[in-house]
Ligand binder design. Structure first.
Ligand code: NAD
Ligand code: UDP
Length: 344
């Protein structure tokens, strides 16, 4: 722990996959952390190890509702607000699209207003989905994107675009000091077995010996970042002390096809699972790779964990995770519905 850090930090979405790792990183720097989460996709297990940590607290609340009185008190001290609250996996964010949209719009507005009232610096966890099915490759921050505003992904993509708009407007009117990260596909320990995103799906399916579901012909690409690299980028971006640099891409530029990812996980697990194909979801982006020149220049940041090392750690974590809630949920969520996966 670093000495003398008496920062008070609010992490909305702090019981989620990325949020819980961020809480760990902030606590290890000596900060006081309040996590706020509605446990829609977050898990108690992700923060259980912090139960006895005196500098950590968790509030069970939904950011589309009025913030808890404790946060609205005039005496509350908050130096930084990270807004990570929002289901991030397609099956989860599409399950209640209205709630997803309101989380990004109403929830972000509420947290920006709290930042204005407290003078806290505000951080938005935005997304590469801002770029939709991109016509520019790799994606630079100056690209405006190619998003279908009415399709099934729109509740998430357009919600995040609106959240960025609000955040930029609070900056323009000098109501809050803001930072915006555009996060590209990130994976690692503490993902839910039923998260539904491709890395957790293929790993859980391979470990269970179940069919590995590749959507479409598997030629669509993604670029996968390991969680500890991403969280390092979050901390650096929040600490960036010059004026608002605009949105900053954070992700690992190593791009591969979904088919190749499935083959790689099969080889790494030694699984006898078969690869089966399922229909490509509507509006599924065909390719995605971040241009991270800006993050390199401003933050001196670049991912350090290779895909092999990150997958190895994630596979080992899923193989060992015996927490009741994740064990019970050893059925993989797919966009076509749940695929049951007998647990190894
Ligand atoms: P996650 O689903 O594990 O985490 C989201 C957390 O927010 C969960 O704990 C959930 O319970 C909570 N939450 C959702 N709606 C809420 C609400 N209305 N009020 C309070 N809490 C709420 O997903 P994640 O991968 O950890 O993503 C965290 C953030 O990063 C999200 O905002 C997501 O959009 C963004 N992001 C993630 C990725 C990625 O690859 N992991 C990529 C791009 C953007
Ligand atoms: N995908 C897949 N099988 C799965 C889950 C996802 O082939 O079981 C594909 C999905 O269609 C997409 C890619 O993997 O092309 C990444 O999907 P994910 O949901 O992880 O992230 P996103 O689409 O939001 O980038």
């Amino acid at each position: 722990m670093k000495n003398g850090n008496s920062k008070h930090v609010l992490v909305a979405g702090g019981a989620g996959f990325l949020g819980s790792h961020l809480c760990d990183a902030l606590l290890s720097e000596g900060a006081h952390v309040i996590a706020l989460d509605n446990f829609q996709t977050g898990r108690k297990q992700n923060i259980r190890h912090l139960e006895r940590e005196p500098r950590f607290d968790i509030i069970d609340s939904d950011i589309i509702k009025p913030l808890p009185a404790r946060l609205r008190s005039k005496r509350v001290k908050i130096d930084e607000i990270f807004n990570l609250a929002c289901a991030a996996s397609p099956p989860h964010y599409q399950a209640d699209p209205e709630h997803t949209m309101l989380t990004s719009v109403v929830g972000t507005h509420s947290l920006l207003t709290l930042a204005e009232a407290t003078g806290a610096r505000f951080f938005l966890a935005s997304t590469s989905e801002i770029y939709g099915d991109p016509e520019v490759h790799p994606q630079t921050e100056s690209y405006w994107g190619n998003v279908n505003p009415t399709g099934p992904r729109a509740c998430y993509d357009e919600g995040k675009r609106a959240a960025e708009t609000l955040t930029f407007d609070f900056d323009r009117s000098r109501r809050a000091d803001v930072r915006v990260a555009r996060i590209f596909n990130t994976y690692g320990p503490r993902m839910r077995a039923d998260d539904g995103r491709v890395v957790s799906n293929v790993i859980c399916q391979a470990l269970a010996g179940d069919d590995i579901t590749v959507y479409g012909d598997g030629s669509q690409t993604r670029s996968f970042c390991y969680v500890s690299d991403l969280v390092d980028g979050f901390v650096r971006l929040m600490a960036y002390d010059e004026s608002f640099p605009g949105a900053v891409n954070l992700g690992n530029p190593v791009e591969l096809t979904v088919g190749d990812l499935a083959e790689k996980v099969l080889a790494m697990t030694g699984s006898s699972s078969r690869i089966v194909t399922r229909p490509l979801p509507v509006d599924d982006p065909r390719r995605r790779r971040p241009d991270i020149s800006l993050a390199k220049k401003l933050l001196g940041w670049a991912p350090r964990t290779s895909l092999d090392a990150g997958l190895k750690a994630t596979i080992a974590w899923f193989a060992e995770d015996q927490s009741d809630d994740n064990k019970a949920a050893r059925k993989v969520a797919t966009l076509g519905g749940a695929v049951s996966a007998g647990r190894v």
